[in-house]
Design a protein around this ligand. Structure first.
Ligand SMILES: [Zn+2]
Length: 246
């Protein structure tokens, strides 16, 4: 047995809600900043280990709010993306990042092959197997299965404040993505955009290209600026904005 398996003391995911009657599937890949204690925060200071590099601040609460409001299935990751990024293919160079933004991730440098495999086997594979199962089951029951990843991004980037409040990222699901953006645009004060502040791509993402486009179902990532969803009242506002258009 791989001795590194013992490091991973939680299941890879939590199925926060399971409702196969609803063709909408929500997923929160960067929900958690949890790093097992034995890994000593991968060498990061306390503050850095709770920052955006470790997880998407606010994304879990927003995803739960949407799941509650819409009675939709929600699959939630239980480990920090710094251990292994669930929205990166295993072959991506930053699947296990040894540098993130301004931080060097000491605990990710020069990892033993067995340690990398343990992260893949205990975190990445069970999460993606479950998501694939949920999608396959939904496609058997519905002809309008949809997949939505809930993410957040930092309010400043390289010292610049970001004006964008939310982005909808998609590849093949242009119709669905534009429908969501059109719904949000009913509030003319909102600053929103398609495929900003990031873009999805094969080789860099899993959720949209692999679980969505390759399955021929509409799939998008919602990216919300994290200071828009750092308090319950603000999250409620985004639940109200997004729930009618998903
Ligand atoms: Zn994210």
């Amino acid at each position: 047995m791989n001795p590194f398996n013992l490091l991973f003391d939680k299941p890879a995911y939590t199925l926060y809600r399971y409702n196969p009657d609803n063709p909408l599937i929500l997923v929160c890949e960067h929900a958690s900043c949890y790093i097992p204690a034995q890994l000593q925060q991968l060498g990061l200071e306390d503050k850095a280990a709770k920052e955006h590099i470790a997880w998407d601040i606010g994304a879990l609460d927003l995803a739960k709010g949407l799941s509650d409001k819409l009675n939709a299935t929600l699959l939630v990751a239980n480990y920090s993306r710094l251990l292994i990024d669930l929205n990166r293919p295993l072959e991506a160079p930053d699947s296990i990042p040894d540098v993130s933004e301004i931080y060097t991730i000491i605990g990710n440098q020069n990892l033993a092959k067995e340690h990398i495999e343990a992260r893949q086997v205990n975190i990445f594979k069970p999460f993606h197997q479950k998501l694939a199962e949920l999608i396959a089951e939904s496609k058997q029951r519905h002809d309008n299965t949809r997949l939505v990843g809930v993410h957040s991004y930092t309010a400043t980037y390289k010292g610049q404040a970001r004006a964008l409040q939310a982005g909808v990222l998609y590849m093949q699901a242009r119709h669905y993505g534009e429908q969501i953006l059109a719904g949000l645009a009913k509030d003319p004060a909102l600053i929103i955009a398609a495929n900003e502040p990031y873009q999805c791509a094969y080789g860099e993402d899993t959720t949209v290209p692999l679980h969505g486009d390759d399955n021929h179902i509409p799939a998008v990532l919602l990216e919300i600026r994290n200071n828009e969803i750092n308090e319950l009242a603000k999250i409620d506002r985004w639940v109200k904005l997004l729930s009618p258009v998903l």
